[in-house]
Design a protein around this ligand. Structure first.
Ligand code: ZN
Length: 268
């Protein structure tokens, strides 16, 4: 059984659609794809293998990603492989705890944050500092005392852009919620954006353009519901029986939020 990863956008580059095996995998399955020579390996929970390379790395592998790599000098790298799931994060947190490293990892509405890092000459933490935490980026590497060694500049830029986009989406969804509370569910109108009207979906890039301009229209709402798998009948029914109840509003706002995030290739 496979399930396709949602999110077609290329806005943030690497996170395009993938498939992932959902059932339980053997140790050999998990280690398939490791190119370095393996010295020892053992299963550690579902779809999780700890292995040592002949080069002296110790790696915790979950599915197809070395989510935690501990180098011979004890420095540590975290990588989600694009799968910022609860389990990926839990694997990382448990491993950091096991190592006695006081780095925290938090998820907030699709964005991950790291606490407890210290800056260094090559990688001043202030560059990726936001509030009391640092934006998490894949490949982030630090010493056991939390001193940041490296986090790829392009990744940091992308993480910052993600934070900005998430803010914009949040604001737009708050406005939608208010509009829905004050009035009707916007219908697709002849006056809506031409591209939204002519195609079932203008594609992720077109959706991105609307989001970045803070725009929303009936066509976008219907596209979001279709994208979430609603049939034409259920969409039609939703419009006809709309009463503006809180639960209805939550449904619509949630679908629109997911649709917008997906357009940017963001975690839903
Ligand atoms: Zn449009």
């Amino acid at each position: 059984m496979h399930h396709a990863r949602q999110g077609a956008g290329d806005y943030f580059g690497s996170r395009v659609s993938e498939t992932r095996y959902v059932g339980r995998r053997t140790k050999a399955d998990v280690l398939d794809g490791v190119t370095d020579e393996i010295k020892t390996s053992k299963c550690e929970g579902r779809n999780t293998v700890r292995y040592h390379t002949v080069d002296g790395d110790e790696r915790l592998r979950y599915h197809d990603t070395d989510v935690v790599t501990i180098y011979a000098d004890k420095s540590v790298t975290l990588h989600s492989g694009g799968w910022r799931t609860v389990t990926t994060k839990e694997r990382m947190v448990t491993e950091l705890r096991r190592l006695g490293i006081r780095i925290g990892l938090y998820a907030d509405k699709g964005q991950w944050w790291v606490s407890g890092l210290k800056g260094s000459g090559d990688a001043p933490v202030k560059d990726i500092w936001s509030g009391s935490c640092t934006v998490y980026v894949d490949g982030i590497t630090f010493q056991p005392d939390g001193t940041l060694i490296t986090a790829d500049a392009e990744l940091i830029e992308r993480a910052q852009a993600e934070v900005e986009v998430l803010k914009v989406i949040k604001k737009l969804c708050a406005k939608l919620r208010k509009d829905l509370t004050d009035g009707e569910l916007p219908k697709p109108e002849p006056g809506d954006c031409f591209i939204c009207q002519t195609a079932k979906s203008g594609g992720p890039a077109h959706v991105q353009a609307h989001v970045l301009k803070g725009e929303i229209n009936g066509h976008l709402i219907v596209a979001a519901l279709r994208w979430c798998g609603w049939t034409e009948d259920s969409i039609d029914w939703t419009y006809r029986q709309w009463s503006g109840r809180g639960s209805e509003i939550n449904q619509i706002v949630d679908k629109v939020r997911r649709y917008f995030r997906s357009a940017f290739g963001l975690t839903l």
